[in-house]
Design a protein around this ligand. Structure first.
Ligand code: ADP
Ligand code: ADP
Length: 224
């Protein structure tokens, strides 16, 4: 599986050029999209997630033209936006069951099994009956990953997931992300160099809507 982005450009109506001719090849595994605030990361993530159209360019997932056939991609996508909202009064178990139902996952019994395994995976099983509004920042992010994993997506996009987490929560989150399946593309957008060094096998640095460099974190990005 491979995601190819060709010459993607987007200028907002206010004249901000958020993406300026971006081209990237994203292989399986954990891919880090590193850049400062305002670099264009969220715009790129939303565009890949088919929530927003670019002005120009194409996105190809294996053989699917993502912009022409968004439905195929949506079926394979797990997306964790930055600042996603949670229904504060619903508990984790009920919420995940709703999401599984919306995504058409099996019958009641199959959903129960899936929901329990996801809650265990993200270490929230013991908190499954607590209202989501009572969750800490780290718990929210882990719950977000559980949401994104419903339906076994092959493409997972997580936008700035570690912003605002303290070091121990961040480490728990790293452990969780590193357990996500091998035959999956995970795109992690972040402004934190350590996120990319710890987790990613490949990465790109973007700034002002342009790709500055691509490569492997092991090749050294401590200096940016
Ligand atoms: P990020 O933290 O990724 O930079 P922003 O704070 O820029 O995110 O954006 C948060 C939301 O506000 C997004 O939905 C984005 O589209 C919108 N937004 C950001 N900048 C502007 C702007 N200059 N004008 C209108 N909407 C904006
Ligand atoms: P990042 O996620 O790297 O912080 P964004 O994609 O959120 O970057 O934003 C890139 C640039 O586009 C920023 O200058 C931001 O203010 C601007 N921007 C984002 N969303 C909008 C929007 N809806 N309308 C206008 N400008 C926007």
């Amino acid at each position: 599986m491979e995601l190819t982005i060709n010459n993607l450009s987007k200028t907002y109506p206010n004249g901000v050029k958020a993406l300026n001719n971006i081209s990237l090849t994203i292989p399986q595994g954990m891919f880090g999209l590193l850049g400062p605030n305002g670099a264009g990361k969220s715009t790129l993530m939303r565009t890949i997630a088919t929530l927003q159209d670019p002005d120009e360019g194409s996105i190809i997932l294996d053989t699917t033209d993502v912009l022409k056939d968004p439905q195929t991609v949506r079926e394979q996508l797990g997306y964790l936006p930055q600042d996603f909202g949670l229904y504060p009064r619903i508990n984790a178990q009920v919420m995940l069951d709703h999401i599984a139902q919306m995504k058409g996952v099996g019958n009641k019994g199959e959903r129960k099994e899936l929901v329990e395994s996801l809650l265990q995976k993200v270490n929230l099983y013991q908190h499954r009956r607590k209202a989501l509004g009572t969750y800490s920042g780290g718990m929210r992010q882990r719950f977000g990953i559980a949401q994104a994993l419903v339906g076994n997506p092959k493409l997972i996009i997580v936008d700035e997931p570690t912003a605002g987490l303290d070091p121990s929560e961040r480490n728990r989150f790293y452990n969780l992300l590193s357990e996500i399946g091998e035959n999956t593309i995970v795109i992690l957008s972040t402004h934190i160099v350590e996120d990319v060094n710890t987790l990613c096998s490949n990465m790109a640095i973007i700034c002002q809507g342009e790709v500055l460099m691509t490569g492997k974190p092991s090749e050294g990005i401590a200096s940016i």
